[in-house]
Design a protein around this ligand. Structure first.
Ligand SMILES: C[S@@+](CC[C@H](N)C(=O)[O-])C[C@H]1O[C@@H](n2cnc3c(N)ncnc32)[C@H](O)[C@@H]1O
Length: 303
């Protein structure tokens, strides 16, 4: 059984990068009337309480969404479209007057995960397929879908997301977004992600594929961005890669691990608006989230 629970990490710096990019991608893809099909291979529980025990135990949101909010008050525009649009989606899950920790200045109590962000931005003609294998998170996600009356557009699959994709792409409308966000608890996830990209681009060359990965000190993690870029290039498809590191990835002076220091998002067939939006947003995100002189970002595109 997997031990990873996203509730301990919700709203951290990796979620900020991933979800801000996801909002921008979904907003672009829902501009055309033709139905969009979104497949979320690793969905999580859908919605997380930032004032709940799990988020408070790790305190990761303090280095993520709350750090961004210190620079960009939820109510005030940041002058950056990508950040403002992301914050506008988060605001939809946080009705006014319900602070996370009253008196702390933290204005956000609920943090939406990828399936709820997608559900919020999809239209009646679109479809969302969400895969989740953890029994507790499946139950929580199903409860949210029912509560939000979203059963018409959302189908939950209690199954392995890597293999479940095969039956769903290409979608009937030939317009699709694949979101792949494993926990990388097991080393084989790195290879599975590359295989998934290879296979999906063979069967659905024009589909947009969105892949998150952690920046950690292991060879598989180090090699992953290069392998993904090569895979897309070999298939003749454009790609975008963005990463954000908020601190040194080395252990601290007492030898204790520092936690996740950075992450990256690879997008095959990216919307053309994503690169210019990130060019504007990444310096602002870095400024708000950086913790030491090792912080930095990258933004690359290729064919
Ligand atoms: C990083 S979390 C997902 C977070 C979510 N995508 C978000 O952005 O809000 C990874 C999730 O994948 C689930 N998971 C792990 N292996 C899986 C598999 N083979 N298929 C589907 N879900 C899986 C875990 O239980 C966990 O909830």
């Amino acid at each position: 059984m997997f031990s990873y629970r996203h509730a301990f990490h919700a709203g951290n710096h990796a979620d900020v990068l991933k979800h801000a990019m996801l909002v921008c991608t979904l907003q672009y893809l829902t501009q055309k009337d033709t139905a969009l099909s979104v497949v979320d291979t690793h969905a999580g529980a859908g919605l997380y309480r930032l004032d709940g025990d799990k988020a408070q135990t790790s305190g990761e949101a303090a280095e993520g969404i709350f750090a961004l909010l210190r620079g960009n008050n939820l109510k005030r525009p940041s002058q950056c479209t990508l950040i403002d649009d992301y914050l506008a989606v988060l605001r939809e899950f946080n009705p006014p007057g319900k602070a996370a920790n009253p008196g702390s200045g933290q204005t956000m109590r609920n943090y939406p995960g990828s399936p709820l962000i997608a559900e919020k931005l999809l239209r009646a003609q679109d479809r969302l397929h969400a895969f989740e294998v953890h029994p507790t998170d499946q139950r929580l996600l199903r409860g949210l879908v029912n509560q939000r009356d979203a059963r018409k557009i959302c189908t939950l699959h209690v199954a392995d997301g890597f293999s479940g994709v095969k039956a769903l792409v290409p979608p009937p409308s030939r317009r699709g977004l694949l979101v792949c966000d494993p926990s990388y608890e097991i080393k084989s996830d790195y290879a599975k992600v590359v295989d998934l990209l290879t296979d999906t681009l063979k069967r659905f060359a024009t589909g947009c594929m969105f892949i998150w990965h952690p920046i950690v000190a292991r060879p598989e993690a180090h090699d992953l961005p290069r392998k993904l870029k090569n895979t897309a290039s070999r298939a003749g498809r454009p790609w975008l890669y963005a990463s954000l590191s908020v601190k040194s990835g080395h252990s601290n002076s007492r030898g204790a691990p520092v936690g996740l220091s950075g992450s990256g998002v690879f997008v095959a067939n990216p919307p053309y608006v994503l690169a210019p939006a990130l060019k504007e947003a990444l310096p602002l995100m870095l400024e708000a989230l950086k913790q030491d002189e090792h912080a930095g970002y990258t933004l690359e595109t290729g064919n």
